[in-house]
Design a protein around this ligand. Structure first.
Ligand code: FE2
Ligand code: FE2
Length: 183
């Protein structure tokens, strides 16, 4: 189970880098859109929408299932995190619509896009922090129980379905590319 926990943490580092870059690029937008910024914002949205839904949340789905089995104290927290996944997806759809209005040069759209970016970043940073805190709070006894569970069901908890190493590596490279300072 430690490998799955480490994979979730690695994802969080990449996601945090992309969210930080989203904030930086959104804050620096000029009134009139330019393709360099809008293409960067598009790739950030692509990363956040696709990677979270298809790769990160499925890992958490397996991890949360395991946590539920070994320790009931996590139940209310996990329910909250799962609800936040839905809320985050809705905020990303709003961000997407605001970006389309900015690209279409709708009046006032730059400010609306900047507000949506700030709202999403604040929301998602809090979500990441809470999940990290929950993982950090695991006791040695709980980690050992998770390891025993993983040993008994390796197909579910050691290498869950949907984890394709080549695709994961591609998304990690995309995250680093997105987060790299603009020259
Ligand atoms: Fe999550
Ligand atoms: Fe997460």
């Amino acid at each position: 189970m430690r490998a799955l926990i480490e994979a979730v943490r690695r994802d969080h580092r990449d996601i945090r880098d992309v969210v930080d870059a989203l904030c930086r690029v959104a804050a620096g937008l000029s009134e009139a859109p330019n393709p360099r910024d809008t293409e960067r914002l598009r790739s950030m949205l692509h990363y956040l929408q696709v990677y979270l839904a298809r790769y990160h949340h499925p890992k958490e789905h397996h991890l949360f299932a395991a946590l539920r089995q070994v320790e009931p104290r996590f139940e209310p927290l996990l329910r909250e995190y799962e609800a936040q996944h839905g809320h985050g997806a809705a905020l990303l759809r709003e961000l997407d619509a605001d970006l389309a209005r900015y690209e279409g040069r709708t009046s006032g759209s730059r400010d609306a896009l900047q507000r949506s970016a700030r709202r999403y970043a604040a929301f998602h940073r809090t979500h990441l922090r809470h999940e990290e805190n929950a993982l950090r709070s695991l006791t040695r006894r709980e980690i050992e129980a998770l390891d025993r569970l993983a040993a008994s069901q390796p197909r579910r908890y050691v290498r869950p379905p949907m984890q394709r190493a080549d695709i994961e590596a591609g998304f990690a490279a995309l995250a680093q590319n997105i987060a790299a300072p603009i020259r």
